[in-house]
Design a protein around this ligand. Structure first.
Ligand SMILES: C[S@@+](CC[C@H](N)C(=O)[O-])C[C@H]1O[C@@H](n2cnc3c(N)ncnc32)[C@H](O)[C@@H]1O
Length: 292
């Protein structure tokens, strides 16, 4: 699938890249935002981060084109930000999974593509397969409820455990079929929002596997150590749980101020051309060092 960076014009407007600006793209993905920033001003310096090793080829392309104005660090943004020694002027976070991760069946993120359950952004460590086949019913229920806001979490956890007593749950389709059985055939078609019944459970397991909420919170709290005064931060969130982490951080860190106009959402025409942007929320913050 063709990759379209979310809220691109708005990102460029808020970030306003200037010559010599040092910018972090903490969620490089397919480099859509990084590339557009460098096209707008090739005299800024971008340090891009991603934990997904499959994005390295795209990072190499940008490195070849923009030379020392672009560099890429492979790893979790919480770790990388904690270890940076320089200070930066602008930071972009475009949270969540990328279209490439969702659309590549082998990555096992999507219930609409049959594949071995995986969901690891870093292709390493604990996978969705391990969680679904090894975790206790209580733990599964908690994960599905906490990270999926799924009211049927208990029933789904019970069905997963019953099912794996008979056969290992190997694929995305195996897991979706178990969830469909919990809801019953009727409900899929009657669902008022047209959202698949497996959406919340898949989201929950993905967030847990990648420890996504703790990653966001740790990285945001580490920012003051690497920011210049008057730095600009952009967060793009895609669901209420990410929103909650960002809002909690902002409320409890008085040196970050939400920039006008506040929360920015995609236009109707962006949602039409890129349906995955529909739940995106952009927030820009300015940073003032305390006692500065
Ligand atoms: C929504 S995509 C970013 C798309 C990108 N802005 C573009 O225009 O191509 C999110 C990316 O962030 C990466 N990511 C998510 N959480 C991360 C983390 N904690 N550390 C490093 N990378 C992370 C994912 O692997 C994914 O490639």
């Amino acid at each position: 699938m063709h990759h379209i960076p979310v809220l691109l014009n708005e990102v460029l407007q808020v970030l306003d890249p200037k010559a010599k600006n040092k910018i972090i793209d903490a969620t490089f993905g397919y480099g859509g935002h990084s590339e557009a920033i460098l096209k707008k001003n090739s005299k800024c310096y971008i340090t891009a981060i991603d934990r997904d090793p499959t994005v390295k080829q795209k990072a190499e392309e940008l490195k070849n084109t923009y030379k020392n104005h672009f560099n890429f660090i492979s790893g979790k943004f919480s770790d990388v930000i904690n270890n940076l020694s320089e200070r930066y002027d602008k930071v972009l976070f475009d949270f969540g999974v990328s279209s490439m991760q969702l659309d590549n069946a082998e990555r096992g993120f999507s219930f609409s593509k049959e594949a071995k359950l995986d969901m690891r952004m870093s292709c390493d460590g604990l996978s969705a397969y391990d969680v679904v086949n090894d975790y206790s019913e209580k733990d599964l229920s908690e994960i599905i409820f906490r990270y999926g806001d799924e009211p049927n979490a208990r029933k789904i956890a019970k069905a997963i455990v019953n099912s794996r007593h008979i056969n290992t749950i190997k694929t995305t389709t195996d897991l979706r079929n178990i969830i469909v059985d919990v809801f019953g055939f009727e409900k899929i078609h009657k669902s008022h929002s047209n959202v698949d019944v497996a959406t919340k459970t898949f989201q929950a397991i993905r967030i847990f596997v990648n420890d996504e909420l703790r990653e966001i919170s740790t990285a945001l709290h580490a920012l003051p150590n690497i920011l210049n005064d008057n730095a600009i931060i952009i967060t793009i969130t895609f669901h209420a749980l990410e929103d909650r982490v960002v809002k909690y951080w902002a409320t409890n860190n008085s040196n970050f101020t939400l920039l006008p106009p506040g929360v920015v959402q995609p236009s109707y025409s962006e949602i039409k051309s890129n349906p995955r942007s529909r739940s995106a929320k952009l927030r820009g913050y300015s940073y003032k060092q305390k006692n500065a």
